[in-house]
Design a protein around this ligand. Structure first.
Ligand SMILES: Cc1ncc(COP(=O)(O)O)c(C=O)c1O
Length: 407
């Protein structure tokens, strides 16, 4: 089923029926059919759909103040920034509206930091092949993937690419012209690849030794998804710049670029800006999302539930080795590498009322809301088991009919 509209650019293939309502981990069609949403709008609705506290916050803020521009303040940016800094080693925050903009700000900040220090020869950014940093010209140049850059030349220059997880390549790639290394602590679009501690710590040390900055892209893996506010915190590193977005607004568009005080000096008055960034509506919601996330039991409860999902998926992958390889990921950022085409698995999940999203390396990505309960996890595991059993039967039939036809 496809919902392609003649009046919307065909950049997306809207499949499935239209959804008109969401509540917690569920979304509903107009006819009232219920689906378990294990995508969270690709890692965005971290508190689930229509969280009552977020609804109330947005409703209340909408009666107070919608927009001011960054010529004036209502004090909310300061409050959200203070919360983020309190729970990380960052000291200053710039607000924007999306992940791509957070990446743009991060790269601009790194380059200008060195320009301000009289080191304008340091402008190159080292990033990983098969990474994903968004869709602006700079972000696609950073990822360097042909499928993202095709047709958009000329791209911004100054990017070098290394293999994710291979420290020796980073060692060779860093030169006197490198401004920063840009890395996702857990690659999302690329297929849920978790950078191990040795790699992240090695990158941080290399950057320090060579005098360049470390930027982490926490747009997808941040905001508690790995079990900590930021995924890099598991490795106890202190990157100079952190890009974040997605879950920060729980569904309201907002992004942020965080930095330590020294690095933040790269931006001076008038050097960067955004009309909507840090808008009162976005800040009110982000403030509430962070309040919920930092509540004492929130992340431990989430990790307890994540463990139940992990255990269930281990079982699922063992039961259907003809469909799934062992799962990988951290917290509630999970990849199911597929033996058959990942689109077949996603479609089978959909037919069993479970929503999942594809990722690179033939992976099915699960990004459930951080608030998903043990009951809904059990329900989704039952549905995914049913889907895999159907696929296994179909696969068996296909093999048999191929054998009979001599194919
Ligand atoms: C790791 C990462 N960085 C950046 C982005 C870009 O974010 P946005 O789509 O909000 O511009 C994404 C989006 O999926 C992402 O996963």
């Amino acid at each position: 089923m496809s919902n392609v509209s003649p009046h919307v650019f065909p950049t997306y293939d809207f499949s499935l029926p239209m959804f008109v309502r969401g509540e917690g981990a569920y979304v509903y069609t107009e006819e009232g059919n219920r689906y378990i949403d294990l995508t969270s709008g690709i890692g965005v609705t971290c508190m689930g759909h229509s969280h009552p506290a977020l609804v109330a916050t947005l409703q209340e803020q909408s009666t107070q103040l919608w927009h001011l521009s960054n010529l004036f303040t209502d004090g909310r940016q300061e409050r959200v920034a203070a919360r983020l800094c309190e729970h990380s080693h960052a000291e200053q925050v710039f607000f924007c509206n999306s992940g791509s903009e957070a990446i743009e700000a991060s790269i601009k900040l790194a380059r200008r930091y060195f320009q301000q220090r009289g080191q304008s020869e340091r402008y190159r950014i080292v990033a990983a092949r098969h990474s994903f940093h968004g869709r602006t010209m700079t972000a696609i140049a950073a990822s360097g993937q042909k499928k993202l850059t095709d047709g958009f030349a000329p791209l911004p220059s100054g990017f070098d690419h290394i293999t994710f997880g291979v420290l020796e390549e980073a060692d060779r790639a860093l030169t006197a012209h490198t401004a920063a290394v840009l890395i996702e602590p857990i690659q999302g679009e690329g297929g849920i690849h978790v950078a191990d501690d040795v790699y992240l710590q090695g990158l941080a040390t290399l950057c320090q030794q060579r005098g360049c900055l470390l930027i982490v892209d926490e747009v997808q893996c941040g905001m508690g998804r790995s079990g900590k506010l930021f995924a890099h915190q598991w490795s106890a590193i202190k990157p100079n710049i952190i890009a974040m977005a997605k879950g920060l607004g729980g569904g309201f568009p907002v992004g942020a670029c965080l930095a330590d005080k020294q690095t933040a000096q790269g931006f001076t008055k008038g050097s960067h800006g955004s009309t909507f960034g840090g808008n009162p509506l976005a800040m009110a919601v982000a403030d509430k999302v962070l309040e919920l996330l930092f509540a004492k039991d929130f992340l431990p409860t989430m990790m307890g539930n994540a463990k139940k999902l992990h255990d269930g998926l281990t079982q699922l992958c063992q039961t259907y080795p003809q469909i799934l390889h062992p799962w990988r990921g951290k917290g509630l950022m999970i990849g199911l590498p597929c033996v058959i085409g990942n689109h077949h698995v996603i479609e089978a999940f959909h037919q069993n009322n479970v929503l999942a999203v594809p990722a690179g390396c033939n992976v099915v990505r699960l990004l459930p809301p951080l608030t998903i309960t043990a009951e809904v996890i059990a329900e989704s595991l039952t549905a995914m088991d049913k889907a895999c059993a159907q696929l296994a039967r179909d696969n068996q039939h296909l093999k048999q009919s191929n054998k009979h036809s001599g194919a």
